[in-house]
Design a protein around this ligand. Sequence first.
Ligand code: NI
Length: 404
Amino acid sequence: MVSTLPTLSHNLAAIRLDIRTLQPQLVEWRRTLHQYPELGFREKLTAELIDRLLTEWGIEHQTGVAQTGTVAILRGSSPGSVLGIRADMDALPIQEANQAPYRSQHDGIMHACGHDGHVAIALGTAYYLSQHPEQFAGTVKIIFQPAEEGPGGAKPMIAAGALKNPDVEAIIGLHLWNNLPLGTVGVREGAMMAAVEIFDCTIHGKGGHGAMPHQTVDPIVVSAQIVSALQAIVSRNVDPLKSAVVTVGSLHSGHTYNVIPHTAQMQGTVRYFDPEFEGFFRQRIEQVIAGICQSHGATYELTYQELYPPVINDRQIANLVRSVAEAVVETPVGVVPECQTMGGEDMSFFLQEVPGCYFFLGSANAAKDLAYPHHHPRFDFDEAALGMGVEIFVRCVEKFLAGK
Ligand code: NI
């Protein structure tokens, strides 16, 4: 691990500023961040880089918000509304398999989701707006948020007052998205990403000889029935016009041929879009587990956690982002409305507080071998998306604040 970052080569003062001229700086910031990825709430170097640049540019900001978060405040030339822009900062516990010169220098940690790009885009937006206060009325708050990948930095940032003083009236945010090609934007109103819930369950049976099952309560048979029965919750209890997922991702029990073990452990996740399902899966999963355990004479311990609510976009703000995106990608076919994913995001907590829109910025480029999925050890994206991200944010700021 390094403790200080290298000096950056940019000299922005020499650049006549148009959003597109920021592109080389965006790439440099992104590659610097990519080399020094940090896990949730440990984004020390990342926060340092953000602080250093905002200070250099004379932008008012507060560091140490929810540990490693930063909130920057940009004021337009006249008073008006307050728009928030959110960028997540953290990396993942993945060993990078790319050989690029800017590959991760931190063993076992990698920006495999593109949050390095999100920080670079937010920095570019902050810089551009700081140089052009005459282009907007009102205030922009840029929220650099730690720990999106877990345990979640949005909630503690809200608790620390990131949306207050001045009070944010609407918020936007983006995710670079390798499920969409470069030059496209995914935006829709309503549910964009799913709620994320997880559960841990231990089945307690009674172990014994594999040849004398009548003397045991076999937790493997019990857990196999539970896994099968859980599949019926989505297929039989959920309106078929709505979407949900129940996945058991881990199931462990026993260690050899002829021994029936005492216990089995399972872990799983639940996803859904519709907030009406809040509490529903927790209850149904427990009913299924309890019923099957009871019928076999087994017992269970269940821990169930609601991690992130669904990401729900406001209609008006989504329309604003869509119209801006259409202008930036220069063709309406570049804007993809059907881009929902069962992935989750803690941007949802901000969207529960104020109306807003979270959208996907297409970043895959198969011709350049930049199309690996998010969280893959070879994930990388087409950096041409960075400039587009800044342009969309800046145009959204102008349009949102002009319309108020
Ligand atoms: Ni991500």
